[in-house]
Each structure stands twice: as structure tokens, then as C-alpha cells.
Design a protein around this ligand. Sequence first.
Ligand code: G1P
Length: 291
Amino acid sequence: MSKRVRTAVFPVAGLGTRFLPATKAMPKEMLTVVDRPLIQYAVDEAREAGIEHFVFVTGRNKAVIEDHFDKQFELEHTLASRGKSRALEELGRDLPQAGQASFTRQQEPLGLGHAVWCARELVGDQPFALLLPDMLFRAHPGVLRQMMDAYEATGGNIIAVEEVAPAEVSSYGIVGRGAGPDEGFSITAMVEKPKPEDAPSNLMISGRYILQPEIFSLLAEGVRGAGGEIQLTDAMQVLIRQQAFTGVKYDGRVFDCGSKIGFLAANVVFAMDRPDIAEPFRAELKKLGVL
Ligand code: G1P
């Protein structure tokens, strides 16, 4: 039986240059879709999948993420004294339990592979989930939960994928598809941000992974890839010679909230999914002539 995945890593050190000036003093992971920060959605998804240890790889200007996942006594006291028990209860539910969250810093922006490597001491010698909080999913059950089902069947390394338009393959990591169904097929290759003519398929790596700890020693080599950065995809492409990688074409869709259009679309779609907001929001859009 495969070793259980208890730990999830959240790389949150990125500079967020695509959202300046919003992200000058505020981490991009704290941008909100409706009323929840992006990082909260990723943590919720991990918790739904059974994760018990939440490892955040942060950087300078990111202290507010640590505060977000802590108790806020003044606020809780005020909510309690005003009888806002539902809001209070919801705030409590969002938090990892005491001792379940760990924070470390990526001291230099050397790429995603380096950020993951920075988590090695906190993860130890066990499989772990990796969630890139920019990538927000509308999926029920959550994408990591769907991947856990594949992991329980096959073990090894699991990567969530979704089809993208051919013109978009050069913005993502792309996998080659081998035998097996959408719920778990064998991955034959991985390429980071290929030119459309070099892409092995149009299946993008959509920011959710279950990885074996052997990835850390490959990342330690610090080989630079696309964009001069230490790329996780390159290390995975080496590991695939020794270990199985399984692709999961999940049921759901991703919003790339690292792009303005993806982020704005997520806000509209997630608002429309909310029973308390959908109707008044639709009415307002109609009034404004947008719908
Ligand atoms: C990273 C990964 C890439 C993946 C993407 C998903 O790229 O390297 O393989 O497709 O996340 O968001 P980045 O967005 O950091 O350039």
C-alpha cells in the first residue's frame, strides 16, 4: 500500500508582478475571489483531501499569510460580543489546527523548483501534495481529492492536467499522454513551456501534484531551465526515468488567477455559484447593461 499523503506544500513566495500595483505591499495569494483569499481556497482543497500538515514557502512581504492562518482574538471577541456566531464559526473552520501549519522562506526568487526544494526539511522523507494557489479550481470533489483516489490506486507521482488551447501550451508545463483512462493514465514526458510545435499534447500541468520525496535530491542539483529558473518540471522529467507518473484529467475546470482575465472570470463564476450572491449580482449586472 502506498504511504499516506499527510503534508501539502504551498509555494507563496512569488512576486506577483502581473498584478502590480495591487501586489506591491500585499501578497498575490491574498487577492480575493468573492470574499476568500486565493490561498484559503487552496488550503480548503487540501483539507478536503485529508491533508494534516500545511507547509507554506513564503518570502519577504508575505507575513500577512501567516497572520491569516492564525487566530485574531480582537476580531473574534468583537464578533462574539455582537452575537455573530456564524461568522465566528466560519472563521474557525478556515484555520489549520494549532501546530498544523509550518512556514519557511524562499530567500531568492530562483523558480518553482527551488521553492519546492525549500520545503524539504519540513516535508521529510514522505510523499507530499503540492498546490499552486494561483490555480483555482471549480471542482466537486476538489481536484486534490480526485488525485488522492488515483494515488490510492497507483501510488507514485500524480499530476492533475486539463486541456488548453494550442496557443496556450507555451504558458504552462505540458505532459505527454500514455495508456489509461482520464482518472489515471501514464505520463510519458513533461516539458516546461514548450513551443506549440514541440508540445507532446495540449494537456497542461494545472498546479496540483502528489510527489515522492526523491524529487528533492534532483531539485538540489539546481539545474536552470526555462526562463533561467530551477524548474520543477525538469526535475520531474528526470524522476520519470525511475518512478511512475500518473496523469489525472480531473472533473472540473481551472481558473488561472495568475492572469487578470482568469482572475476576473473566477470572480464572476464563483459569485454566480454563491446562493447568497448570485441573484443580486445578476440583477446588478443587468441594471448596468453588462448582461
Ligand atoms: C508553473 C509550472 C507549470 C505549470 C504552471 C501552472 O509555472 O512550472 O508547469 O503549468 O505553474 O500554473 P508558472 O506559472 O510558475 O510559470
